[in-house]
Design a protein. Sequence first.
Lengths: 290, 278
Amino acid sequence: MFGEQQRFMLFLIAPAALLMLLFQVLPIVIGANASFRDWALYNPKKIWVGFSHYYAVLSDPAFLYTVLPNTFLFMILSVAGALVAGLALALLLNRPFRGQKLVQTILLVPLMVAPVVAAIMIRWMFNDQFGIVNTVLEAIGLEGQPWLVQRWSAFGIILLTDIWLWTPWFTLLLLAGLQSLPKEPFEAAAIDGTTTWRVFRFLTLPMLRPVIVVCVVIRAIDAFRTFDIVWTLTGGGPGRSTELFSLYAYVHAFLNLDLGRGSAAAIIGGLIILVIGVVLYRLVDRIAKA
Amino acid sequence: MPIVTRPDFLPGLPKWSRKTLFALALFGICFAFAFPVLWLILTSLRPESGVYYVHRGTEFTLASFAEVLTDDRIVSAFLNSALISTLATIFSLLVTVSSGYMLSRFTGPASRIWFGTIYVFRCIPYISWVLPLYFVTQSWGLYDTYTGLLLPHVAVHICFFSWLMKGFFDGIDPSMEYAAMIDGCTRWGAFIRVAIPSALPAISALAVLCWLFTWNEFLFALILTGNRVPMITVVMAQFVTEMGLRWNLMAATAVMALVPAFLVALFGQKYVIRGLRI
């Protein structure tokens, strides 16, 4: 039926496709089914309720006015922060200096730290009674803050943890990108006596753009579904003020035991990020071709 | 002499102050990146009574580590995490290397459709399919078992790693494989004996990343396991809520969870950097 080449291609992707079918496609279909039913862990009847879970999620003020803005704000600030820091560090590491290898190894430390461990460390450092941050603040005469029980400071700490965790990822990929750039344009700029800023603005940045865009797209999609650091740092608190989208779905499904509504929230979030993902992909394609 | 002299750091200042400022900046950056980990290690070495005044004490002990290691749940969580990470790495590589090879070496509708599928599934947030996976694993009797955690982990790696693997194979000239096929090698022979050996640095990079991702993963372990297969990240997160006040034990567990990841990354770093550069 198939030619020899088609059979070869099929065999190459068959194991991956089978696993994805069983552990991604099938669960999504079952989740979609659950989102239309009154499916609670304590109520096994699973009555069909149509779109009422979707209506409940989309008319929930907590979802509309806290969770969604939080998620988007988190996504934008976390990606922007990690990109700027990662680019700066990649430029720094791209020039030779003594101890460069050591610095590079230290900068990659957060890459190895589990998000849960990072969240535990930060939570301990920002502990309101015994944390080092408040101790230092009090030592220099400032007032310590209950960091994790105020909305915006808690949000800021979550953001900071995320940027700390993901900056090395940007640094690594951008450094690899920097080192593969051709030398000639930079030599020409040096002969012309171009200033450092202009070299960065008109040479480095445009030539690095494809790498930057790919990094940003991957990271933005991942930031949208952040769960572990929020769960460990604040659990979505104080109140529900730092809840992100993944947490909202999890809380409804497993803490309120309403699997139908949790699934509906998960699907709404999935659709939102899918749209963003496709738009971003078009952008990558256009930039790669330009 | 090279034509390009690197632009100076803060031109206009005298040389010695430039050097000092540069060193200070470097030190500040390294400090910011390493401090949380150092602080955690320091906390883990403090005795129970001194843990709230980490900065003041001079007394150090390994007692917290000893106490953590007598806790069966934590020890088995470490073993489980190590086992799952290693198995997930092996299976993921088996599955993604061939899928990435297909994406790289073939163009045409089949390849484009497969790439599209991978990209779409990469975008879908974990919660959207791990949440219903909870019912699936339960109805298949896989909930809270090794298989029930291992296979979803392998599945989640497919998309990203196939994508990375495609990039690695794109950087390798296929003419060697064509030469091998002209000399009578089959397609499989060219793939296994020619393409895979030349992609080995990239494959090692992927192995390191895969091991780290699995070891650090939290959401899957939280939803798909219960008491029979505790994973280290879940145990630590429970620690925070249940034993929130015993920070020395918390820190000791976290430090032990860092060690394997550090070792893997330390020995794997050069492969990761080399692999990403291809």
